[in-house]
Design a protein around this ligand. Structure first.
Ligand code: ADP
Ligand code: MG
Length: 239
């Protein structure tokens, strides 16, 4: 579904992604972790063309991301959830999740609303259709943001530290939604330091440091027998 091949990116003289090779199969869940500033966000933002890269290739669902002409279609196939939820403050939860399906996908309003209700129910917000973002907790807002992406029926979901801005007691309600999405077979790349989540649902864990993929392993091996010294050091700090 996603294939990075020898991808390189620089910010000026800073070589921020170095010879990235990574494949994510349909239905696979890949967790990306690594120190702050290691290039995790840049990596994930390349997937939907939010960041340009200078060499190598990146193919998503058969489409080259480097080709500008593909970006519109690609972005329709990709859901992106950020640390900050960025909901429309003057729209209700239901309006937030139906806006893009109606205006971008041109879905009939009635259909968009029934899909929106169904997906909000699925993320545990069946009683919050008419609530405005400011009336919702951070965890609820992030679940609306996930629902908003899902309403566009993406083929892949990208998450960039989706729980980092949340109070600790709200982290699990968001992770639970992501776990159920993974179980439903969604293809996902998740940048997170929630190692409990990684252990539970990741097919593979990627450790990136200073723009280099240092280690890729199944969670069991990654956590119990990391091969690389830098991985061990990182895990020592966060576990
Ligand atoms: P992470 O998400 O792992 O914390 P980022 O991908 O955000 O790391 O950033 C990787 C590196 O690239 C950092 O050193 C950061 O300062 C740098 N960087 C990120 N965005 C830009 C930018 N727009 N211009 C210049 N440097 C940037
Ligand atoms: Mg980041």
């Amino acid at each position: 579904m996603i294939k990075f091949n020898e991808l390189n990116k620089w910010y000026g003289a800073h070589h921020v992604l170095q010879n990235i090779n990574l494949e994510v199969a349909k239905g696979e869940v890949v967790v990306v972790c690594g120190p702050s500033g290691s290039g995790k966000s840049t990596l994930i933002r390349c997937v939907n063309g939010l960041e340009k890269f200078q060499s190598g290739t990146l193919i998503v669902d058969g489409l080259s991301v480097a080709n500008e002409a593909n970006l519109r279609q690609l972005r329709m196939e990709l859901g992106f959830v950020f640390q900050q939820f960025n909901l429309y403050p003057h729209k209700t939860a239901l309006e937030n999740v139906t806006l893009a399906p109606i205006h971008v996908r041109k879905l009939p309003r009635k259909e968009a609303i029934s899909r929106g209700r169904e997906i909000l129910e699925k993320v545990g917000l069946g009683d919050k259709f008419d609530a405005y973002p400011q009336q919702l907790s951070g965890g609820q807002q992030q679940r609306v943001a996930i629902a908003r992406s899902l309403c566009m029926q993406p083929k892949v979901m990208l998450f960039d530290e989706p729980t980092s801005a949340l109070d600790p007691e709200m982290i699990n309600e968001v992770l639970d939604v992501m776990v159920s999405l993974a179980k439903d077979g969604m293809t996902m790349i998740v940048v997170t330091h929630e190692m409990g989540f990684a252990r539970k649902v990741a097919d593979r864990v990627v450790f990136i440091d200073k723009g280099v993929i240092v280690e890729v392993a199944e969670p069991e091996a990654f956590f119990t027998a990391p091969k690389n010294e830098r991985t061990r050091e990182f895990l020592g700090k966060i576990l």
